[in-house]
Write a protein that binds this ligand. Structure first.
Ligand SMILES: Cc1cc2nc3c(=O)[nH]c(=O)nc-3n(C[C@H](O)[C@H](O)[C@H](O)COP(=O)(O)OP(=O)(O)OC[C@H]3O[C@@H](n4cnc5c(N)ncnc54)[C@H](O)[C@@H]3O)c2cc1C
Length: 619
């Protein structure tokens, strides 16, 4: 252990992950905490990290309140509809009422925004989206964070949260290692804001072997945002609500601008509108939800999946009409160049010119995240002016661990935040964290050297395991004494794929499959004690895998608990194929006991706050 130097930092606000939410949190922490010590720790480099690393072509969440375009209530209704009723409306409203101010700052900071030439307003792509030239999006928000933080640490992966030893259930900081130097870093902190992104690669991706890594969601999002809080006993919500995306095949290029701006549409191999064909069958499953407008994302997926199973594929996006307009053709291509260059390369390599050939679509493997058309994540307190008692315990966006906050993909129950809403939520969390410190809630935190040393030993163990076991390697990588991170990852992905509703079963699972999945995950957990790492990069892979495995356990437990199919098109419970509002119009909340590793689950009421207010006003 001596060869891994230890560095200590003491700070007030520690931000874990410098993506959209993390840069927002770092920026806002400085605004409220002028004299505070603020540190942001990032696994990659904040200039190009997180899901927005390559850039974006649209900011997907902007109300436009200054022009009366939308109000926060409208956004709550929209998110509630899309998630089949299951959202935390207090969190959604709180984000929506602040998001415009965030976007206006992006504009001031130099993000190139497209303008509507006639009205002078931001150019709308859809009701909620505004268009940007977004290649520089991430460096711009990173600069705001860099100017605000006392220190930014790049290339450090946070592996564990530290807990206070003086007072139960209070956070004390976090530890991790530098992937370039191999040094061990201890951050003793009064508050921690986890903003470490979502989870890809827990389900087997469509692209394996040579294409591995080509997923829709960022391949480096490894579920730390969930595993860190789960490991210390924080409550989680809606972890069953994984998301499946309909995207252009093989490159996972986005379809939003195509549908909304280019007005392209989909059809099956025979040129038919297949969505209409599945209306009656879907109505059987979910009742009147299929008549909602806009059609919830999962239900559109459902029609796609059923049509494919029935032999109507491949499904195509009809681009050949829109692309006859040279302006729309340019927009179509630029859409990829700003954020998913790979899609343009795939089309070039497959001789697809969308002006003459309608490109194929696919449904992705499932991902777990809290900021897109889905809302898995931590169970957090809402704001004091909006939240009912069950949703409020003192500090906005604080998890059920004192001093531990979350934002962006980390936070459950608040879908459709996207990049701007995640940055906004980071700001809200940071403001509350500073207040928590000013209220002297973080006084007297005790973190012993022993706690840190124990984590140090655990973190570097995979290097030791490899060093000892490497002499037994046969056939290149096979050893009786350890498993490599890639072997462990592929085993995890297969379990999730085959038992928990991945692509192998057309997103189908049931109680028996989930039970078996949990057994296999428990054995994997045992074997991960023997994961080996031949260098520091593999050490990162080993810890990414451990975080993915813990996240997967939580997803599986939640999927087992909810005995209905709430979101057909995201996944199906074959033993409970129908949506069941009588028994399951509620949020699911779990807690893993850190001592025993056992999960317990409960139902928590879902409050439709927005329309309750409207009803009260009317009466
Ligand atoms: C393909 C794709 C397209 C999208 N398109 C749009 C769009 O067009 N418009 C829009 O508004 N939104 C879009 N989004 C959504 C948007 O990108 C996310 O909502 C937003 O990035 C979430 O913010 P976050 O901070 O939670 O996660 P991220 O921005 O992903 O940041 C997480 C950060 O945590 C770091 N990290 C992870 N683990 C650790 C660890 N253990 N230790 C330290 N650091 C860690 C990561 O490196 C990363 O920098 C898209 C997302 C994807 C994946």
């Amino acid at each position: 252990m001596a060869k891994h130097k230890t560095h200590y930092e003491d700070c007030d606000v520690l931000v874990v992950g410098g993506g959209m939410a993390g840069t927002g949190a770092t920026f806002e922490a400085r605004h409220w905490g002028r004299d505070m010590n603020i540190i942001c720790v990032e696994k990659a480099n904040i200039d190009r990290s997180g899901a927005v690393a390559q850039g974006l072509y649209a900011i997907n969440c902007y109300m436009g309140m200054q022009w009366g375009e939308n109000q926060p209530e409208d956004h709550v209704r929209y998110a509630r509809n899309d998630l089949m009723g299951m959202v935390r409306e207090d969190l959604g409203y709180d984000m929506a009422r602040h998001v415009d101010s965030t976007v206006h700052m992006f504009d001031e900071w130099g993000l190139p925004m497209m303008k509507n030439e006639k009205t002078g307003r931001y150019l709308r792509e859809g009701k909620w989206q505004i268009m940007i030239h977004g290649e520089s999006y991430k460096p711009i928000v990173a600069e705001a964070a860099k100017k605000s933080a006392d220190k930014i640490y790049n290339r450090i992966m946070i592996t564990h949260l530290l807990m206070d030893e003086a007072q139960e259930n209070r956070v004390g900081g976090a530890v991790g290692f530098n992937m370039r130097t191999g040094d061990f870093h201890v951050f003793r902190s009064k508050t921690v804001i986890v903003a470490a992104g979502g989870a890809s690669h827990i389900f087997k991706p469509r692209a394996v072997g040579e294409g591995m890594g080509r997923t829709w969601y960022a391949p480096w999002s490894n579920g730390s945002a969930y595993a860190l809080p789960i490991a210390v006993g924080a409550k989680m919500t809606q972890m069953e609500n994984r998301i499946v995306l309909c995207r252009f095949k093989d490159g996972y290029g986005p379809v939003g601008a195509y549908f909304l701006h280019l007005k392209t549409y989909t059809q099956n191999a025979n040129g038919e509108n297949y969505e209409k064909k599945w209306y009656d069958q879907t109505k059987e499953l979910v009742g009147e939800y299929i008549d909602h407008h806009p059609t919830p994302t999962c239900l559109r997926n459902h029609a796609f999946i059923q049509e494919t199973i029935a032999g109507g594929g491949p499904i195509h996006m009809v681009t050949t009409e829109a692309f006859q307009d040279p302006h729309l053709e340019t927009v179509g291509w630029e859409n990829f160049l700003g954020m998913t260059v790979g899609q343009a390369v795939v089309w070039a390599s497959q001789n697809i010119d969308p002006k003459y050939t309608n490109p194929e679509l696919t449904t992705s493997e499932p991902y777990v995240m809290g900021s897109h058309a889905t809302c898995s994540g931590a169970w957090v307190s809402g704001p004091e002016d909006l939240s009912p008692p069950e949703y409020f315990w003192g500090y906005n966006r604080m998890l059920t661990i004192d001093g531990l906050f979350g934002a962006g993909d980390t936070v459950g129950g608040s879908a459709h935040k996207f990049s701007s809403g995640s940055f906004t939520e980071g700001r809200l969390a940071a403001k509350a964290a500073v207040k928590y410190i000013n209220d002297q809630k973080a006084d007297g935190i005790k973190v012993t050297d022993k706690q840190c040393e124990d984590f140090k030993e655990a973190i570097f163990k995979p290097l030791e395991t490899y060093q000892i076991a490497q002499n037994e390697i046969t056939g290149g990588t096979v050893s009786p004494s350890y498993i490599s991170p890639i072997q462990g990852l592929q085993r995890l992905q297969r379990i999730m794929d085959e038992y928990v509703g991945g692509i192998a079963t057309n997103y189908m699972t049931n109680g028996n499959m989930l039970k078996r999945g949990l057994e296999l995950l428990a054995w994997l957990e045992e074997d991960l004690e023997k994961v080996g790492a031949e260098d520091l990069h593999q050490l990162m892979r080993a810890w990414e895998l451990k975080h993915r495995a813990l996240t997967s356990q939580c997803v599986t437990e939640h999927t087992m608990f909810r005995e209905e199919t709430r979101w057909p098109g995201y996944y199906y419970r074959g033993d409970h194929m129908k949506l069941d509002d009588d028994n399951w119009h509620c949020l699911t909340v779990s807690r893993r006991d850190p001592k025993t590793g056992k999960f317990s689950l409960e139902k928590v009421p879902v409050y439709h706050i927005v329309d309750e207010h409207e009803k009260k006003k009317a009466s």
